[in-house]
Design a protein around this ligand. Sequence first.
Ligand SMILES: [Zn+2]
Length: 97
Amino acid sequence: MSGRREHRGRHEPLVITIRRPRARVALARSDGELIMAALADAASYREWRARQWCESCDAEPEGTCEDHLQDGALTGAYRALAARLADVLPEPGGGAP
Ligand SMILES: [Zn+2]
């Protein structure tokens, strides 16, 4: 990917500055499938983490610590992004590459 990335922290948003405004990236069908698989894996991992318990969770009145709340939020965010991308990425296994 061309562009400068800034990653400020574990849960900070990733900001991408496009250096070449008209730059295009060609994705093969397999790239789209890989992106969707990566988002599914990430969502499953975060979902699993969100269900874990830790000593910080025990100390919270609501029963879930900030880290585990964040895991739940990221699970939803990954699934929402996958749903949005499903509208523009090719169907897995369908049509010509
Ligand atoms: Zn916790």
